[in-house]
Design a protein around this ligand. Structure first.
Ligand code: ZN
Length: 236
C-alpha cells in the first residue's frame, strides 16, 4: 500500500494532541505545530483536565463511507467515541441512510443524535444547494454542551463548493463567531481523495458492508457519483 494516505506518526503525547487538535485536524493535516510545541515547553502544559473535558466531537454522519471513516478517525485520535449526528433533510436515500447510520454508529459506540428538517421538498441525486452549510448549522444548533468540534467527512475530487477548503474556512469562521470561539469545524479528509479514504478504511479494517451510499435510495443504482465511487472500490 502506498504511504500517501497514512497519517504522520504522532510521537507527541496524547495531551499535546488534545490541546492542539483544532489546529491539527482542521486543515486535514496531523503535523503538529512545532512552533507551538516549542513555546509550550517553556510554559506549563495547558490545563489538561479542562482540555480533555471539552474536546468533544460531533460528527455529521450519513451512514456512508466518508463519514464512517471520519468518525473512526476521531475515535482513534481522541481515544473515545464521538457523538454521531444524522440529519433527514428530505434526501431520497434518507431511509436507507438512517439504517446504515444506526449500524455504523452501533459499531463505533458513542451517543447518537437525530434531526428531521422539513424543507417541504424531496431531493434527488447530484448537488443540493447549501447542503453542507445546512448540516453544519443543524449540528451547531443541536450540539451538546462542551462540543468543541463539528466534523464533516468532505474530501477532495469534487467540484462542489461545500467540499472546498474555502468553504471549510468560511464555515469554521462562521461557527466560531456563533459560538464565541467554543466550537470549530473540522474536516480531516479535506485534502484526501476518495481512494485514500477507502484505503484508510481498508487499513483500519472498517466493515463497509455496514454503510450505504446510493444517493437515490433503494437498491444501489450504480449510476450516481456515490455508486460509481463504490463500484470502483469494489472492483479493485
Ligand atoms: Zn446510486
Amino acid at each position: 500500500m502506498s504511504a500517501h494516505y497514512q497519517w504522520p506518526i504522532l510521537t507527541t503525547s496524547r495531551a499535546f494532541v488534545l490541546a492542539n487538535a483544532h489546529e491539527t485536524i482542521l486543515n486535514g493535516e496531523l503535523v503538529p505545530s512545532w512552533a507551538r510545541l516549542r513555546d509550550m515547553r517553556f510554559r506549563q502544559w495547558p490545563r489538561l483536565t479542562t482540555t480533555r473535558a471539552i474536546m468533544t466531537a460531533l460528527i455529521l454522519m450519513s451512514g456512508g463511507v466518508d463519514s464512517y471513516a471520519c468518525a473512526h478517525f476521531f475515535k482513534s485520535q481522541l481515544k473515545r467515541s464521538p457523538t454521531a449526528f444524522f440529519v433527514d433533510y428530505g434526501q431520497g436515500a434518507a431511509r436507507n441512510e438512517r439504517k446504515a447510520f444506526d449500524r455504523v454508529a452501533a459499531a463505533l459506540g458513542g451517543k447518537t443524535l437525530f434531526a428531521s428538517l422539513n424543507l417541504q421538498r424531496k431531493f434527488g441525486t447530484g448537488l443540493i444547494p447549501g447542503r453542507n452549510g445546512l448540516l453544519i448549522m443543524a449540528a451547531l444548533a443541536i450540539a451538546p454542551k462542551r462540543t468543541s468540534s463539528i466534523a464533516i467527512g468532505i474530501h477532495s475530487g469534487t467540484n462542489y463548493y461545500d467540499c472546498s477548503e474555502h468553504f471549510l474556512k468560511r464555515a469554521d469562521e462562521f461557527v466560531q463567531e456563533y459560538s464565541n470561539g467554543a466550537v470549530r469545524v473540522s474536516a480531516p479528509f479535506l485534502h484526501w481523495s476518495k481512494r485514500q479514504i477507502f484505503n484508510y478504511c481498508l487499513e483500519k479494517q472498517l466493515d463497509l458492508s455496514l454503510t450505504y451510499s446510493c444517493e437515490k435510495g433503494g437498491k444501489p443504482c450504480g449510476k450516481c457519483a456515490s455508486c460509481r465511487d463504490r463500484n470502483a472500490f469494489d472492483a479493485r
